[in-house]
Design a protein around this ligand. Structure first.
Ligand code: MN
Ligand code: MN
Ligand code: MN
Length: 276
């Protein structure tokens, strides 16, 4: 049985609707999974609202991926197995959405100053209810003929150091792990090698994550070199944390598919031991 505890549905930036994602995973042999959409539980809520469970689909745990700030760097924390109705998790989601909204307002004000009118309302139409972000402003800048491609929108307006760039102000590590743990879940440090940290910085990050209430580290991910996975496994063992596995699936046709999740290295306690 494959375990895939990191996936994205169309409720955030994934290609597949929640039910279609579960069907894809069933075909791929996944038995236990979680939607870990960015700062939203909409995918979970859609499955939970279904009148009857569809037979043959993988078991679905509540999940989420929070963006957080760790010493000035954006990192991602996956929450798993929490009570999806708990006010701590719902309050955390509301505060993440308020942060996204505040940043979007700052971006729109900058664009207004640059002579681009109506960007906030237009970006909201592009987002169509999903978490408002820079890609929606980029699409508006393309649609209104100011740039030819989304890449050009980032290069001229929205990217780091450009005139409409505004930093996100994410919550601290301890705050976000606190929401997950207060709701009875497990906090997992997502894709630890994505932060381009040196070995000693990565060891420090994992130690800090544990001290802030973290439970586990994503160790088994598609596409990791064997030596990189061995390093993460070693640092996870040293820190006394559990290990997780996930594809970080966003779209079909890519590398991040459940069939490519490697087995967990020996000597690690799986974070899903509580749920199987
Ligand atoms: Mn994503
Ligand atoms: Mn991530
Ligand atoms: Mn992700």
């Amino acid at each position: 049985m494959l375990v895939d505890l990191h996936t994205h549905t169309s409720a955030s930036d994934g290609e597949l609707a929640p039910l279609a994602l579960l069907e894809m995973q069933s075909a791929a042999g996944v038995g236990l999974t979680a939607f870990t959409d960015h700062d939203t539980l909409d995918g979970w809520d859609r499955i939970a609202a279904m009148a009857a469970p569809v037979p043959g689909l993988p078991r679905l745990l509540p999940g989420i991926e929070f963006s957080v700030d760790a010493a000035g760097r954006e990192i991602h924390v996956v929450g798993l197995g929490f009570d999806p109705a708990h006010p701590a998790i719902r309050g955390g989601i509301a505060s993440q959405q308020a942060r996204r909204r505040a940043r979007a307002e700052r971006i729109a004000a900058r664009l207004e100053y640059l002579g681009v009118r109506g960007a906030l309302a237009a970006a909201e139409r592009e987002a169509a209810g999903a978490g408002l972000g820079r890609p929606h402003f980029a699409r508006f800048l393309v649609a209104s003929g100011r740039v030819r491609t989304p890449e050009e929108a980032f290069h001229r307006y929205l990217g780091k150091g450009k005139p409409a760039a505004c930093r996100m102000e994410w919550p601290g590590l301890e705050e976000a792990t606190g929401w997950i743990r207060a709701a009875g879940g497990r906090a997992v440090l997502a894709h630890p090698l994505a932060y381009k940290a040196t070995r000693s910085k990565l060891r420090a990050l994992i130690g800090r994550f544990r001290d802030c209430g973290g439970d586990a580290v994503e160790v088994a991910l598609p596409g990791l070199a064997a030596a990189d996975m061995a390093l993460v496994a070693q640092l996870t063992r040293e820190a006394g944390l559990r290990a997780s596995a996930g594809s970080d699936f966003h779209a079909t046709g890519g590398w991040n598919v459940p069939a490519r999740i490697p087995p967990l290295p020996a000597g690690l306690e799986p974070v899903w031991a509580d749920w199987v």
